[in-house]
Design a binder for this molecule. Sequence first.
Ligand code: RIB
Length: 309
Amino acid sequence: MSSRGAITVVGSINVDLLAQVRRHPRPGETLHGTGGTMLPGGKGANQAVAAARLGGDVRMVGAVGTDAQALVGLEGLRAAGVDLAGVREVDGPTGLAIVTVAEDGENSIVVIAGANDAVDAAQVASARDVLAASAIVVCQGEIPREGIEALPDLVTGRFLHNPAPVMELDPEVLRASDPLVVNEHEAALVLAQLAPAAAIPEAPEQIADALRAAGVASVVLTLGAQGSLVADADGLHRIPAAPVQAVDTTGAGDAFIGALAVGLARGEPLPAAARLASQVGAFAATGHGAQPSYPSAEDDLPPLAEVSA
Ligand code: RIB
C-alpha cells in the first residue's frame, strides 16, 4: 500500500498490563487470571502503529515518563517506523492501562494517564509545523482537553477525531472533526454536548444524521458486528463488518482508526477508507493485545460481509 499525505497522531502512549480471565469480575469479587504481560498500548500510539504498519507516513506527538516503562511504551512505535521527534519525556510515570480480557474476547480497561497529562496546548502548539504539513491529524480523548482544543486552529488537512473516552469539549472542536469517529454510546454523549435540548435518537442512521445536523463535518459511527455507518456530504453509507472469530478486541478500534487515516491520506473517499478500516479492525481482533495484533500491508485481510438488501 502506498502512502500519500503525512499522518500525525496527537495522543496517548501507554503500557498495557494484561490479565486474561474466564469472565470479568463483579464489583467486590476477586478472580484468578493469567497473563501479567506488559505490552505497548495507548489509543494514540496504537493508532499510529496501525497506520505505520499499513504503509502510512506517520508522526507521533505525545509524552512518556522518566521510568523504565517508557521503553515498553515506545517499543511498537519504534518498530513500526513512526517519527518520534514530537514525543517528549516528562518527570514521572508513563501512562498505564490495566486491561482485562475475558474468554469471549471482550475487554475492560482502566487507564492511568501519567505522562499523557502533559500533552497540553503548549506541546501541541510546538508541533505546529508538523501539524500544518500533515494531510491527516488524528486525536483521541486520552490527553488533556486543552491539548485537543488547540488542534483545529493548527490543522490544515483533515482532523480525524476519536473522542474516546468522551470529555466535555468546545462544541466547535467537535464540529471541526472530519470525520468524528464514535460508537453509539460515545455518539450519544457528543450529541448531548452539541444539542443539549434534543432527544437522543435510537436508530444509528438517525444518530449519524443528528450529528451532521448539529454541524459535524462527517461521521463514522461504529456498530460492532454490524460494521459502521458513514455520514458525509453525499449522504449515508453502510459499511459491512468483516466477520472473524475474535480472541481479543483490545485495540481493534484503534486499528480501525489507523487504517481509516491511511485510506484518507491516500486520497480515498471516506466510505472507501472505512471499508479498509473495517477489515483491519477485524484482523486486529483475531490476535492478542493491541499493537501485536495489527496487520502489515502484506497481510491478507478478512473479507467484508455482503450487505443484505
Ligand atoms: O483502545 C485500547 C487502548 O486503550 C489500550 O491499548 C489502552 O492503553 C487504552 O488506552
